[in-house]
Design a protein around this ligand. Sequence first.
Ligand code: NAI
Length: 327
Amino acid sequence: MIKIAFFDAKDYEKRAFESRITGEELSLVFFDTRLGPETVPLAMGFDAVCIFVNDVADKTVVEALTRYGVRLIALRCAGYNQVDLQAASGKITVVRVPAYSPHAVAEHAMALLLCSIRRIHKAYNRTKDFNFSLNGLAGFNLYGKTVGIIGMGRIGQAFAEICRGFGMEILAYDKVPSDSGVSFCSLDELFEKSDILSLHCPLTKETYHMIDRESILKMKKGVVLLNTSRGALIHSEALLEGIKERKIGAACLDVYEEESDFFFEDFSGHIMEDDVLARLLSMPNVIVTSHQAFLTEEALDAIAGTTVNNILTFFAGLPVPNEISYS
Ligand code: NAI
């Protein structure tokens, strides 16, 4: 029996994983708490840990896991910036779910965009209050507008397909331009020409704060910024400034730089400690969802399926195609 410590467990994930475990070979113990230096002793006696985006597997955690005899870190997400791969190298294997549903994220990006520019979030509240006035709800058409996509990987391409269906012009920037039927251009040209900008590249040293004061100055006045990728792609204070100066027309954020302190948890009734997040949320043209873009039944099922398969393959002594190595 392979024993798995499942950290930061949420009900919607538990259901998806439990329905995937049919045989006797896996035993999952769900912990509500996140993995980190203080909680890592919970992993004692387990063969593997299963973690998500805001768990921490830094050097201290990786070394502790190794001492406890844990052999596998199974990420149930695509990004792996939360794991110290150098510390793990040669000691503990790290596997991930490279793709589960690019469409889930791309569709959420479009949902945020439509909600924002057609003022659905405002209309919803108004009509609930029997206020049927249209004042202040005028939006704009997407047809004929230019969308700039940064990162034309799986999600960027799925988003481009959706935008094509709306009759939008598509411009793209990628570190490695591909043959994906869209026009690639420089980042500066993308900033200059886009009515809507959508971020779909990973968070790396190179992309950290790629949207900052300087890049915002290069953008069109009134640009709508979408971020469903990673919060730290955007310098949050610079975004706030851009909104206050009316340079940014709207921002739709599914991720936030400091999200690990807040996202996925209920803080209603608490004093919000993060002034930038509080100020962003106070803006009429900012919509925030708490890292929810992946959250569809199809994606949860695919995440559970791939993770269980990664674990079983590893403990069967076979090579795991989804292993991440330090390079
Ligand atoms: P992918 O690996 O298929 O595509 C990423 C693309 O970004 C690649 O084409 C790559 O060449 C490009 N890229 C890398 N460095 C770049 C740079 N410096 N500048 C421009 N482009 C660069 O990844 P996928 O599946 O499309 O996911 C994209 C991102 O979406 C992930 O890294 C993750 O951060 C985020 N994500 C967010 C989710 C959510 O629920 N909000 C769920 C899943 C992923």
